[in-house]
Design a protein. Structure first.
Ligand code: ATP
Ligand code: MG
Length: 560
């Protein structure tokens, strides 16, 4: 997409705040992942939104780990998240923060609320607390521990921190209103006891802050102006505001937007983790995963993901985006920038019987018709070639114009060839097609302009490299993978054919030296990129990034 002024309801709010000088002209956003999994395409939307706003308004953007839950968090996730945010161009400069670094301040803030009579230590266990919380239509019941004195609360809270109590034995709760119509305000828990090692703080703490208590403080301490989050936090905003107002500290504005949902895709870390731990995929970066690491490994470009996020925009209402829109974005970017090449995925040998044995010659091939500076390259041609099995039919269906008995086709960048005969094995399979070539039909020759109905790609057998190619399809067969039969879950909708491995593909010589991460268009076949994990120098493994066919027209209609 061309760079143009973006507009959405969040940018409108920021523009208004700039007019009224609400934050003295500052714009400061953040992306606050919990390091309990790899980032997915939904997170990419949030990263592009938050870092894009900072960029467009000459503001700042922080990356902050919301590492407040010791049991599910790991350093591996921290490292992958930093890499993914940087890859997407989220420029946090030197502002990489960890919520756990604020634990001491959060603790002091909690003491302040206790001293004000606004927080208390409660001995109800999780079940008792749930039962006393009430429902949407009924008020909750006040905890019998709600009227503890400030002194007793200060003493108990200090002892919670020291580790005197078991997991779940006590909590610290805000004293707000058990009859509030907003359940989030019914004396929410601020601290839980969790005797577990934290990936950064090790054993310094055995009480951990809840998300609602911690998040606003993190935003406040960092001077965030607009704290952008997904819609499920809308009902938490009054609590976000209450904590910061009771503490008397700087208060950012929380703004909610609709999370990204994609068809044929699950975007929940819990479910993605199951795909990994139950070995339905090879890891978080399996090229079929909707993770940023998976997309990167598969060959999606950062530019195309950013472009996708621009196209879908931000909204206040939840919806599901058609995954073909993402594929369209990828295709559009790769079409502009990919080097073209010839690769035969399912080889069938062709012998040019009137071409001298032992001879070979070069044909000039265009590197990228979309980029006039990309030049040309030489592709070897000889007596024995491979074409794709798809491009020959012994008994052609109607309107089949490629190679078949009696037919002529053009070999791209080379000659017109004419069918002569076939060779079959004992089982009756066609093993070779014999053809003759018309030596006057190469580019620059007298017959170069001669028209035939089809042009097919090919490689020279003697010069071709053997490579492995991996074809990916959707990981799920259902548009909504969660729509499973009774008693089953999303895993029952996995596509059993989401990966097809082709071991004996024949590619033009240049591709034999393709390097990890490089992307190519295989002419007439699709976009492919060199797998960074399983390739060795000289033996690339190719991932299919996306097919060539453009289904955008169909979606465009749907969106209209
Ligand atoms: P979970 O999958 O466990 O619910 P999460 O996806 O909310 O977790 P976080 O690490 O808390 O994971 O998310 C970091 C940020 O990314 C949050 O601000 C969250 O609102 C945002 N985010 C998460 N999922 C999406 C999504 N599908 N679309 C847009 N933003 C998202
Ligand atoms: Mg979350």
């Amino acid at each position: 997409m061309e760079e143009k002024e973006k507009s959405d309801f969040i940018r409108d709010i920021i523009n208004d705040d700039l007019k009224t000088n609400k934050y003295q002209g500052r714009v400061h956003t953040r992306f606050p992942p919990e390091p309990n999994g790899y980032l997915h395409i939904g997170h990419a939307k949030s990263i592009c939104l938050n870092s894009g706003i900072a960029r467009d308004f000459s503001g700042k953007f922080n990356l902050r780990f919301d590492d407040t839950n010791p049991s599910k968090e790991e350093q591996e996730y921290v490292d992958s998240i930093v890499q993914d945010v940087q890859w997407l161009g989220g420029n946090f400069e030197d502002r990489l923060f960890f919520a756990s670094d604020y634990f001491e301040t959060m603790y002091e803030y909690a003491l302040r609320l206790i001293a004000k009579g606004k927080a208390y230590v409660c001995d109800l266990n999780a079940d008792e607390m749930r039962l006393s919380r009430g429902t949407l239509t009924e008020p909750g019941k006040e905890s019998p521990y709600r009227s503890r004195s400030v002194e007793e609360n200060l003493d108990l809270f200090a002892r919670m921190r020291k580790g005197e109590f078991a997991n779940g034995a006590k909590t610290l709760r805000a004293k707000i209103d058990m009859a509030s119509p907003n359940i989030n305000l019914r004396d929410p828990v601020m601290y839980r006891i969790v005797h577990e090692e934290h990936h950064r703080q090790k054993n310094a703490w055995c009480i951990y802050p809840t998300y609602d208590w911690a998040h606003g403080i993190e935003d406040s301490l960092e001077g965030i102006t607009h704290s952008i989050c997904t819609l499920e936090f809308e009902n938490h905003r009054p609590l976000y505001d209450w904590y910061l107002e009771e503490l008397g500290v700087y208060r950012p504005q929380q703004i909610e937007f609709a999370r990204l949902n994609l068809s044929y895709t699950v975007l929940s870390k819990r479910k993605l983790l199951r795909l990994v731990t139950e070995n339905h995929v090879s890891g978080w970066d399996d090229p079929r995963m909707p993770t940023i690491a998976g997309f990167r490994r598969r060959g999606y470009t950062a530019a195309s993901i950013k472009n996708f996020c621009d196209i879908i925009g931000v909204a206040k209402r939840d919806s599901t985006i058609d995954v073909t829109l993402l594929e369209y974005s990828i295709r559009e970017d790769l079409n502009k920038h990919s080097q073209r090449s010839m690769a035969v995925l399912n080889p069938l040998k062709v012998v040019i019987t009137n071409y001298p044995e032992g001879n070979s010659e070069e044909c000039t091939a265009v590197n990228n018709p979309e980029d006039e500076n990309s030049g040309t390259r030489q592709v070897p041609f000889s007596r024995e070639l491979y074409i794709d099995q798809e491009d020959f039919r012994e008994v052609p269906p109607p309107k089949y114009y490629r190679l078949s008995p009696g037919m002529e086709v053009r070999l791209k960048y080379a000659y017109i060839i004419k069918f002569e005969s076939i060779v079959k094995d004992a089982q009756g399979n066609v093993t070779e097609v014999h053809c003759t070539y018309d030596p006057e039909t190469k580019s620059g020759m007298a017959g170069a302009g001669r028209k035939v109905k089809a042009t097919i790609h090919w490689v020279s057998a003697a010069h071709a490299k053997d490579v492995e190619v991996r074809l990916y399809d959707r990981l799920f067969v259902k548009e909504n993978p969660d729509d499973a039969e009774e008693g089953k879950d999303f895993l029952s909708n996995l596509n059993p054919n989401s990966l097809q491995v082709l071991k004996n593909c024949k590619v033009e010589p240049m591709l034999g030296n393709a390097k990890a991460g490089e992307g190519y268009q295989f002419e007439r076949t699709g976009y492919f990129s060199v797998d960074p994990k399983d390739s060795q120098p000289g033996t690339p493994v190719f991932n299919r990034v996306v097919t060539l066919k453009d289904t955008w027209a169909k979606i465009e209609q749907k969106h209209r």
